[in-house]
Write a protein that binds this ligand. Structure first.
Ligand code: NAD
Length: 282
């Protein structure tokens, strides 16, 4: 039987609808600042769609489009002013940044309470110690999509392909927190199929088009495709969707899976950041 398709767009729209109602009934508007440096076309698409989604749910969005050649100190000064701006509850700096700028330094200069991407070392540390405050949106999206299948995560073999700090590692930590037995694979893993074939839950986050083939997937597995790859003007995932859907139990499409859910999770994180700030102030 072919896999059930997990409709990330539909689940995300339902979350965004609830956020919209919540914001409509709130006395305060959540504020999000989006910082884009340079004119990377993919980054511009992501930023436009985050801005639109946030305005659609009724939030206040402030965009800072900066010149490719901006100095590190000027960017840090902007982030400092956003950290101290009471209208702003969440700050997003779109990655990647130009070479002259230290990405790690910039990310960690965002106040952890406004770090709605969940990329600061403080927030990643909280996630690691199972004391999550603001967790990376894509990882949250992945967990949400797995949970939408009603499959129990506890005790399952979960395999995450990719070990980046912003996707692979946080996804693995969250699955571990849900009591899965987690394997993390990466570019130096030998015999990838040996691992993926054992996965009840398989998360592909390698950024390699169609890396995961049908013969690498266990029958009935939940397959979550995080990959976004531009090939011949089309966006495709890390999973060979057409063939893998013949063996998987559940599968996310690309586009329409993790992407829209990531945006919904970002919006949720911004509202959470506002609530957090209000709690600290009171
Ligand atoms: P990254 O390049 O930082 O990390 C990729 C990881 O994959 C690395 O750990 C690497 O070791 C591993 N890898 C690469 N080739 C491999 C192979 N052949 N076998 C096994 N492992 C391999 O990328 P990232 O930032 O983690 O993003 C991963 C993918 O997810 C990209 O396609 C990115 O565009 C996409 N992404 C999607 C969303 C979304 O909202 N849908 C958000 C973030 C990233």
């Amino acid at each position: 039987m072919p896999a059930k398709i997990i409709d990330g767009k539909k689940i995300a729209d339902s979350i965004l609808g609830k956020l919209k109602d919540k914001i409509k009934n709130s006395r305060q508007k959540p504020g999000l600042a989006i910082v884009l440096v340079g004119s990377n076309p993919a980054s511009e698409i992501y930023v436009n769609s985050k801005e639109k989604s946030f305005e659609d749910v009724g939030g206040y969005c402030e965009r800072h489009d900066l010149n490719e050649g901006i100095s590190e100190i000027d960017l840090l000064n902007l982030l400092n002013s956003l950290n101290n701006n009471p209208k702003i509850h969440g700050i997003l700096v779109q990655l990647p940044l130009p070479k002259q700028i230290d990405e790690n330094l910039v990310t960690n200069s965002i106040s952890p309470h406004k770090d709605v991407d969940g990329f600061t070392s403080v927030n990643l540390g909280h996630l690691f110690s199972e004391n999550t405050i603001l967790a990376p949106a894509t990882a949250r999206a992945v967990l949400h999509l797995i949970e939408s299948t009603d499959i129990k995560i506890e005790g399952k073999n979960a395999v995450v392909v990719g070990r980046s700090n912003i996707v692979g590692k946080p996804v693995a930590m969250m699955l571990l927190e849900k009591n899965a037995t987690v394997t993390i694979c990466h570019s130096k893993t030998k015999n990838l199929v040996e691992h993926t074939k054992k996965a009840d839950i398989l998360v592909a986050a390698a950024g390699k088009p169609k890396l995961i083939k049908k013969e690498m997937v266990k029958e009935g597995a939940v397959v979550i495709d995080v990959g976004i790859n531009r090939v011949d003007g089309r966006i495709i995932g890390d999973v060979d969707f057409e063939n893998v859907k013949e063996v998987a139990g559940f599968i996310t499409p690309v586009p329409g899976g993790v992407g829209p859910m990531t945006i919904a999770m970002l919006m949720e994180n911004t509202l959470k950041a506002m609530e957090l700030e209000n709690k600290i102030k009171s």
